[in-house]
Structure formats: C-alpha cells, structure tokens
Write a protein that binds this ligand. Structure first.
Ligand code: VG1
Ligand code: CO
Length: 545
C-alpha cells in the first residue's frame, strides 16, 4: 500500500531554531519542502539516523497541525522509525509529550506548536524537537540540525493513504508501527501521583469556585478530564476548552493582556476564588485570585516555599533554579530552605542538565513558566494543580497566601516591558551599544543606586561545562534591584526587545504599592541607559507585564 519516495530538494537558509524550536508564519511552513527539509534534518542528525528509533508526535491543534502530522508519519516510516506514537486527532500538549518520552523510554519527540503565538492561516506554526530525557534539544543538538538543514538535498517520504488520526490503536505504514494514543490519560495519571486529588476534590466541591481558561488551545482536553472528570469541579469551571485551529481568533497567551475575558471576570465583584489559564501548547500558566494577579516569579517562590504540602514533593526540594531575567523572589526562599538556587539563561532547555543530575527539583521563568523534575518541560496544568493543592491545605485566599509570603521574605516588585516588532537593525544596534557600554557601568552611581555588577550574562553549565554567552545585558544594583535587556528568540516579525525591571523591599509599609509606580525611577533609568527611543523610535513598550 505504501512506497518509499526519495525527493530531491533545495535547502532553506532560515531554519535556525530559536529559544524553543523553529517558529515561522504558517505561510513559510506551507512552502514546498519547507517542513520536509527540517524534519529530514532532524532525522539525519539523530545518532545512527532515524532507523529503529521510537518517537512521539503531537501538537497544539493549530492550523496545519494535522497536515504536518501526516507528513511526519510518512517521513518517519520512510526513514525507518520503528514505532511512532501519535496523539489522537493530532493533539498532545508539550508537557504530555515530555511525559510520554520518559514513561515509554522513547528516543525523542516532535511537538508542533508556536506556543503562545496566534494560529490560523495568518498565524504562526512551529516545530520543536525533544530528546530522550523528555526535554527540549540542547544547543549542541539544535545547531547540528540547523547545520544539516543548510545542506539537506533530499528527503524520504512514504507515498500512500493518510492515517486516520481519530481512531485509537495501531496501524502500519511500511515497517513502522503507528500508534494513535489517548493524549490525556498518561498525563492525568502522573498528576494524580504528584498531587492530593482527594483534598483538591473536596475543595472544588465545597463551594470554592474556579475558572480555567484554555484559550481554545490544547489544554482544554486535559482540563476537562482532570478538573471535571477526575476532581469533580462543575463544568462551568471551564472556559474556552474546545481546541480550535485558530484559537477562536485570539492570542493563546496567558497574561493580563491576552487572557482578557478571564481577567475581567476575576477582577469583577462576583469573581471566583481562583482563576488560571494556559498557552497554546500547555506549558505556560497564569495564576489569579479574586481581584489579584500572581506574578510568575512570585508563583515560583510560593510553590517552592510550600512544596511539602503536595505528596510528590513532601520530602522537600533538592534545589531551585530560575532563568536570569526572572525575579530573585525564589532566591530568598532557597536561602531560607538551605538549598542551592541556580541562575540559567532564558529557555527551558537550560534546566535539563540540572534536573537530570538531580541538583534541582523545581524551576521557572518570569514568562509564565513553572515546572519540576516530574518532566523536562514547563507545565501549565501542573502549576494550576500545585496551587489548588496549596489552597486545599491552607484554606486561605490566593491574595492572603501571596501577602503572607511577602511579609516573610520581602517583595520583589517586577515588570517586563516588551517592544514588539521593532526594526531589527535598530534593535541590534541598541544591544551592541549596551554590550560595549556595560562594563563601564560597574561601580557607577545613579542617584541613590550604585551598580554592583554589570555584564553580558554568560552561563557555564555546572554539569557538562558547556558555555552559553550573550544571554542578556544585566545591571545589578547594590540594593538588589536589577535591569535586564535581551532580544526575544521566539518572535517572528522584526525584533522584540525585552526590558526586565526589578526592585526589592522588606519594608512592611511598602508591600502594597503599584508595581509601575514603585519601579518608575528604574524604568526611566532603563530607557535612558539603553537610549531605546533613539534606536527604535518607540516612546513606550507595546506590552507591559
Ligand atoms: C520566550 C520567553 C522564554 C520562554 C520562551 C518559550 O522567549 O521569554 O522565557 O522560554 O518564550 O516559551 P523569548 O526568547 O521570546 O523571550 V513557550 O511557551 O514558547 O515554549
Ligand atoms: Co508554550
């Protein structure tokens, strides 16, 4: 029924994976051979080729997901993959893929998603490759794939009928076993092992109200099974939980701007007790209380401080880690717990070695990502369950838990200012200027603030010694406040400049200030030092988080 076809092709030069995989407008991916070249480059750079390998593939359900999966099934078969697990209807969240790779000891996985970027015909598409530990491919692997993509001159594909993605069970394509799997059950089982489902179930049926917004992306199917079927929450706890190819026209990005409906409800007078949302591929989370927003950096610190309430973490944490731009809130907790706290570059792949070496248990990023050693990706639903587990045990409001935390550890005021879709050249020039200027800032004084350290962040992995430099300009002041600048590696139009601003206080009278106001001096200073208006023509950021 199937025949192997070898297709001649011409390499593309723009298939360099960014912060998390290859991300481009759908229109790019639909160019003849664009997807095929990249997939063949992944197969060609596997140790010993793709022959005999076991892999998993699935995506967030966005436009082109199903088409791409059919191509990948047929290419996997023609390249000799022995077993390919495929999420039913082409769906699998990023954390679910990570779990499946680990649980079934596969060689790797391919995730089709552009994460929180919009989908649909006009939106973005993406391919991420995860390795056998379940985590995103490290830089040495992604650069091998990129090198290969510059030379690939043929790809192998099976010709024959499409596989029915809706029907669970095994079929054969050439000599490859293609197994259509339930995308949810393995993941939901893992969550039941980590969290106290009995206590959470009691909370959710005790008059406590929650809203979970999947923003019409992949976590809808996970939320329904876990929150409603297994934990007994009423159906009305779910919002936008049917995955749609264009995410209903929205941005599947769980933040104050793009999860607007949920935010509106949570800040209304009859707001539920708890609100949460996740992104396109299910690895991000936003946590809200009644009229209260929890910053992702605080969330990481609070989960760390309360980890022992969850059965999966009752013996405590080995260590914690955060990406460099993430606020230092978790550092205070780690210090108090007497555990190490690591600072890594932006991107989940940098946590992989620390987790594999059992040097950390929990980790997170300011960009709405939190996770632990249960898998090798950040995990949206996991974070929501962790919060519910804490709420079920403490029986306090979200805002009370957060303010109690600040009283004990002090508060790290934190904001991120994004300048999206700015001119690439201007952005690069600004970063170059900052880079040559940064060392001269050491010891300098700006009104009452003295610079303690100023550099371009260079990370040396404590496990394998590999170095990743040029990871962002940071200016750290003596009082613990910081300014960080970096360019986004996930944007698909022009350049995106991110400025991260942080201030710290232990003064109990200053715990309840407005964030932008508290940080206003530092914000002005960050613009002056970088001369951002001069380089980009922008007076103000396009998104403030
Ligand atoms: C952004 C975030 C980063 C995150 C990455 C992938 O990258 O800042 O923290 O790891 O997205 O998240 P950048 O380079 O645009 O700043 V996701 O949800 O796309 O896997
Ligand atoms: Co994501």
């Amino acid at each position: 029924m199937y025949e192997i076809k070898k297709v001649k092709t011409i390499p593309f030069t723009d298939q360099k994976p960014g912060t998390s995989g290859l991300r481009k407008p759908v229109a790019e991916f639909m160019k003849p051979n664009y997807l095929e070249n990249f997939i063949q480059s992944i197969f060609d750079t596997m140790d010993g080729g793709a022959e005999g390998k076991t892999l998993v593939v699935g995506g967030d359900g966005r436009f082109y997901n199903r088409r791409a999966i059919q191509v990948i099934i047929k290419m996997a078969a023609a390249n000799g993959v022995s077993r390919l697990k495929v999420g039913q209807n082409g769906l699998l969240s990023t954390p679910a893929v990570s779990n499946i790779i680990r649980k079934y000891q596969l060689h790797g996985g391919i995730i089709l998603s552009a994460s929180h970027n919009p989908g649909g015909v006009e939106g973005d598409f993406g391919v991420k490759f995860n390795i056998e530990n379940g985590g995103p491919a490290p830089e040495k692997v992604t650069s091998r794939i990129y090198e290969r993509s510059l030379k690939v001159d043929r790809y192998m594909i099976a010709q024959g009928p499409d596989v029915d993605l809706g029907r669970l069970g095994e079929t054969r394509v050439l000599d490859t076993t293609v197994e259509i799997i339930d995308p949810v059950s393995d993941y939901a089982d893992l969550m039941e092992q980590l969290f106290d489902f009995k206590a959470i179930g009691e909370l959710l049926t005790s008059g406590f109200s929650m809203r979970y917004d999947a923003l019409h992306a992949v976590t809808g199917i996970y939320a329904r099974e876990i929150f409603v079927n297994r934990l007994g929450a009423p159906e009305e706890s779910l919002r936008n939980c049917d995955p749609l190819p264009d995410f209903g026209g929205g941005h599947p990005d769980p933040n104050l701007k793009y999860a607007a409906e949920l935010v509106k409800e949570m800040f209304s007078d009859n707001a539920p007790d708890f609100g949460a949302a996740s992104d396109g591929d299910g690895d991000r989370n936003m946590i809200l209380g009644r009229k209260f927003f929890v910053t992702p950096s605080d969330s990481l610190a609070i989960l760390s401080a309360n980890a022992k309430v969850a059965p999966g973490y009752q013996s405590g944490l080995r260590g914690a880690a955060r990406s460099m731009p993430t606020s230092c809130a978790v550092d205070h907790v780690a210090k108090d717990l007497g555990i190490p706290c690591f600072e890594t570059p932006t991107g989940w792949k940098f946590f992989g070695n620390l987790l594999d070496a059992d040097m950390i248990t929990i980790c997170g990023e300011e960009s709405f990502g939190t996770g632990s050693n249960h898998i090798r990706e950040k995990d949206g639903i996991w974070a929501v369950l962790f919060w519910l587990n804490i709420l079920a045990k403490k029986r306090l409001s979200v805002s009370r838990i957060v303010t109690d935390h600040w009283l004990k550890y002090g508060r790290n005021y934190y904001t991120r200012h994004d300048y999206e879709e700015v001119d690439k050249e201007g952005a690069n020039r600004m970063m170059e200027e900052l880079n040559s200027l940064v060392r001269t800032l050491m010891g300098k004084r700006f009104s009452d603030k003295k610079v303690l350290l100023a550099d371009n962040f260079c990370y040396k992995d404590p496990v394998d010694g590999s170095k990743s430099c040029n990871q962002g300009i940071r200016i750290i002041f003596q009082d613990g406040s910081r300014i960080v600048y970096r360019l986004s590696g996930t944007g698909t139009k022009g350049a995106t400049i991110r400025i991260y601003i942080e201030g710290y206080t232990k003064d109990k009278r200053l715990l309840d200030e407005d964030t932008q106001e508290f940080l206003s001096e530092l914000i002005t200073l960050s613009r002056e030092i970088s001369r951002i208006e001069e380089f980009t023509g922008r007076k103000a950021p396009s998104v403030i988080t």
